[in-house]
Design a protein around this ligand. Structure first.
Ligand code: SD4
Length: 308
């Protein structure tokens, strides 16, 4: 039996994969383009880590995606601040939060993981580190996002909306040809959040978790409720205890529902992959989709949900 990072034996999983690698799974429809980019990296001998980084660059680059990277909606002060984290099969992790002016926070997170003794850098420290690594400073606030913010300022109601249909945070898991896992999660966070607010997406164990012996999980949605439950770690731990990725995602959503009487007012969606290459997805509200590459085929699939 393979040891987990915790050094405990795996319960309930045999080591024989039932799905042939690679498997790539991402949150939301636009994850398909990201998965295609990740697959191209795997096909040219890149690792799972290279694949998740390049994969999530696609929405980070896309100004039409207003919740990730360039073109992300700003905070209530009109400042675009980005959160991202990355984790690999060795259990290494890197993260940035409140990063301004850098288009690819995931790549900065990877440098934090690979080049510093730390896991997480925030705000100005993260920016200084990025600049010292040669990343270019740029204006990430597009005209479209500025206009949306100006419109919001007319009422300035502080209702961080986690819209049910229009989330755009990308979480991605890759299980590569060597059966090695990596995961990435990147976002501009809640639109019109308080300056300095941190969501789940850059927090290892909340927005993303990878344990090579068990599997990986990531998600999208209202960060505050995910942070309080350490949901990504919970899902991996539930898989460690023998649950399928599907049942583990369902249990993590059930716990958020139980802990939040207002669960009908927000969305959370999770995806997970185990060490057999099996995939799960589950959300609170209907409308959550995920992009899957498995058995040589790209698909966009609707997730099952707690509410119907
Ligand atoms: C956050 N989880 O900052 C992110 C938001 C999100 O799709 O997922 N939006 O809370």
């Amino acid at each position: 039996m393979a040891p987990t990072l915790a050094g405990l034996p795996l319960a309930g999983l045999d080591d024989k994969p039932t799905v042939q690698p690679p498997v790539i799974v991402s949150t939301w429809d636009f994850g398909k383009d990201a998965n295609e980019a990740a697959l191209r990296v795997l096909e040219t001998q890149g690792s799972a880590l290279d694949a998740v980084e390049s994969g999530v660059h696609v929405p980070e680059n896309d100004p039409a995606n207003q919740s990730v990277g360039y073109g992300g909606l700003p905070d209530r002060d009109g400042i675009v601040t980005l959160d991202a984290c990355i984790m690999d099969h060795r259990g290494r992790a890197g993260s940035v939060s409140g990063l301004e002016h850098i288009r690819h926070p995931i790549s900065v997170a990877r440098r934090v993981m690979e080049k510093t003794p730390h896991v997480m850098l925030v705000g100005d420290g993260a920016l200084q580190f990025a600049l010292s690594e040669g990343f270019q400073k740029e204006n990430l606030l597009t005209d479209k996002s500025k206009e949306a913010w100006e419109k919001w300022r007319v009422t300035s109601k502080y209702q961080p909306q986690i819209n049910i249909e229009n989330h755009d945070t990308i979480g991605m898991i890759v299980w590569d040809h060597k059966r090695q896992f990596a995961g990435a999660c990147t976002t501009s966070g809640l639109a019109y959040k308080m300056h300095g607010r941190v969501g789940d997406s850059p927090i290892i164990g909340a927005g993303l978790y990878v344990d090579q012996a068990v599997g990986a999980a990531t998600g999208t949605g209202l960060g505050e409720v995910v942070l309080r439950q350490c949901s990504a770690f919970l899902i991996v731990e539930l898989m460690h205890n023998g649950k399928s990725p599907q049942k583990a995602c369902e249990e993590a959503i059930r716990r958020i529902v139980l802990a939040n009487a207002n669960y009908r007012d927000f969305q959370v969606g999770f995806i997970a992959v185990n060490s057999k290459g099996q995939v799960g997805a589950y959300s609170i509200q209907p409308g959550f989709t995920y992009a899957l590459y498995q058995n040589g085929k790209h698909q966009i699939l609707p997730s099952k949900s707690y509410l119907v």
